[in-house]
Design a protein around this ligand. Sequence first.
Ligand SMILES: [Zn+2]
Length: 215
Amino acid sequence: MGPNRHMSVDSRGRYLPEAVGESVPGSESPAGSRSHNPLMTRRASLMQEPVLVLNATYEPINVTAVRRAMVLMLKGVAQAEEMHNAEVHSAAHAHKVPSVIRLLAYRHIPQQSRALSRKNILLRDRNTCQFCVRVFPSSELTLDHVMPRSRGGRSSWENLVACCYRCNNTKGDRTPEEAGLKLARKPRPFTLHTSRQLMRLIGHRDERWRKYLFY
Ligand SMILES: [Zn+2]
């Protein structure tokens, strides 16, 4: 199966465009996107850099991209807590680029609110096929319904796993048991603990994130 659009919806049916880990460095450099203008390339990639989002209470709750973080700042929804040593220029102003932002109003984050998306499932499973336990680039992985959809299997955290094409073919419309395959581990939703682990993984290059992630 391929990922489908309505999967970027959280458990309460809200559309969540900026899921945790949406902008993992290196995960979205489409082939052939190299520009002839190095400045443009630099700026475009800068806008995609991950930014740690803190709740009003300084609790880390999400990772977004610089572009989205700056929109939140301009709207007065968030303020920068840490900055990169870089600027982007709009028509009239130079803007410092945030590395960590904090929401000004407290937002209640239910435990199960992590967006169910292809990207997040691959992140949760660390790009590891859950049947042959080998690591693949994202482009060589698909999502497998453990209990096939044709048998009533749902698109949920508990029923979707990262799977290489080979294992996916082998499995077909069968359960792992029927296909003689074994799951590496039982698929679970993101917990706050998992999210924080992932945030550390994403942000390990950025020293400015450390104090918020309790290293
Ligand atoms: Zn496999």
